[in-house]
Design a protein around this ligand. Structure first.
Ligand code: RTP
Length: 155
């Protein structure tokens, strides 16, 4: 696979336990799917604390870190990998600002939540972060290499 192809950029998107409990898996998948991005991997997973602590290790000194890990461990998460041109930055636009009171209407967080501690979804913040997070949450053989039947309708 040619990883220098901009259309092969990948991001890690997770539907947090509140998003799963509130029945938003389908809607969130729909938004990435209808945009034209390609689903490369997806699984429902009750994440171990060690995985979550590693995932959020850069936030370990924040006052909300323990609560964040407890929230993420409170139920299953729907973990996904999405692929396409500029999917990291665009994925975060689809999610909306971290604090749902700042997220624009039309974004996932803007449409569905209020509290930064219950903000429904996660998206990688940079291409390098995405690579780290994908490797943390998925085995190589869980990442599906395939092409859309006819990409000319998207690119
Ligand atoms: P995410 O990783 O979840 O996409 O969020 P982010 O990069 O936009 O935000 P970041 O600052 O990395 O925070 C990660 C998650 O921690 C929770 N948080 N709580 N003040 C608080 O209580 C607070 N601040 C952040 C949020 O769930 C946020 O998504």
């Amino acid at each position: 696979k040619n990883m220098t192809d901009p259309k092969a950029e990948r991001t890690f998107i997770a539907i947090k336990p509140d998003g799963v409990q509130r029945g938003l898996i389908g809607d969130i998948i729909k938004r990435f799917e209808q945009k034209g991005y390609k689903l490369v991997a997806g699984k429902l997973m009750w994440a171990p604390k060690e995985l979550l602590m590693n995932h959020y290790k850069d936030l370990a000194d924040k006052p909300f870190y323990n609560g964040l890990v407890a929230y993420m461990a409170s139920g299953p998460v729907f973990a996904m990998v999405w692929e396409g041109k500029a999917v990291v930055a665009t994925g975060r636009k689809i999610l909306g600002a971290t604090n749902p009171l700042d997220s624009a209407p039309g974004t996932i967080r803007g449409d569905y939540c209020i509290d930064v501690g219950r903000n429904i979804c996660h998206g990688s913040d940079a291409v390098e972060t995405a690579q780290r997070e994908i490797a943390l949450w998925f085995k190589d053989d869980e990442l599906n290499d395939y092409e859309f039947a006819d990409k000319k309708w998207i690119y």
